[in-house]
Design a protein. Structure first.
Length: 255
């Protein structure tokens, strides 16, 4: 009901850190992205850093369908950088953005290890609405992790809401709910917190930052911080989780 009250507007800027909207790349458009993640944790009383690098090729296959292929490498402490897994994903927009009361898209991703012993499938239903002042999105996500014949299911819906109070500033809020179904039920864990979106004239340069705090269970007090910036489709993204996890995306887009 809330989404239906928002008038239509043009897509473009990212107003949320974790939550996707329904827009897709135009047909024939290409993005090459690099994601760099660093995670620090304590091991035997010492602070250890782990790195993850992802390189993604995105392609607008049709006006409504885009695809992406990733290769991922990881490095733990002083160990060598090694190829860890690969990903392939599709996002399909069911109708042109802004032509219906809400925008709707489906997202499907496969993650595999080099030995094909570990597999993960992620399915996501994306509901979003964009107007001149308000950006709102809801993702209903299910992840299925398969290892040695065992299947673990993770349900992780996320939601984001942002309000453009000036042409260049849009504060908001983002939240997620995480439940793990394995040998034992874990969760649901609730995360929520504020966000802020800053942009230049025309949105060619923007920066979006969100902080969510664990509100329930063992995640209570843990924090995740994510920031995303874009310069004419060249973007940088930063994410932090638990102790320190940073996540950067460098995006080069060709039309």
């Amino acid at each position: 009901m809330f989404f239906a009250l928002l008038p239509a507007a043009f897509a473009g800027e990212r107003f949320h850190a974790w939550t996707y909207d329904a827009s897709t790349l135009p047909k024939g458009a290409v993005e090459i992205e690099h994601y760099a993640t660093v995670e620090t944790h304590h091991e035997d009383g010492e602070l250890v850093a782990g790195w993850e690098h992802q390189v993604e090729l995105e392609l607008g296959i049709t006006p409504a369908l885009e695809g992406g292929l990733y290769v991922v490498a990881e490095q733990e402490g002083d160990a060598a950088l090694t190829f860890s897994h690969f990903k392939g994903r599709l996002r399909y927009r069911f109708w042109p953005v802004g032509t219906q009361a809400v925008d709707l898209a489906g997202y499907l991703e496969y993650v595999g290890s080099p030995t094909f012993e570990e597999h993960e499938v992620e399915a996501k239903l994306i509901v979003s609405k964009e107007s001149e002042k308000v950006r709102a999105a809801l993702n209903v996500t299910a992840e299925f992790e398969i290892e040695e014949g065992e299947v673990e299911t993770v349900l992780e819906p996320t939601a984001g809401l942002a309000w453009r109070v000036t042409p260049h500033v849009a504060p908001g809020v983002e939240a997620k709910l995480e439940t793990v179904f394995g040998e034992e039920l874990e969760g649901p864990f609730v995360w929520a917190g504020p966000s802020v979106h800053l942009s230049s004239q025309g949105g060619k340069l923007f920066w979006t930052t969100a902080v969510i705090i664990g509100l329930t269970g063992p995640t209570r007090g843990d924090a995740e911080i994510e920031a995303r910036s874009l310069v004419d489709r060249k973007s940088t993204r930063l994410n932090s989780s638990h102790l320190v996890i940073s996540y950067a995306v460098f995006c080069l887009k060709k039309k």
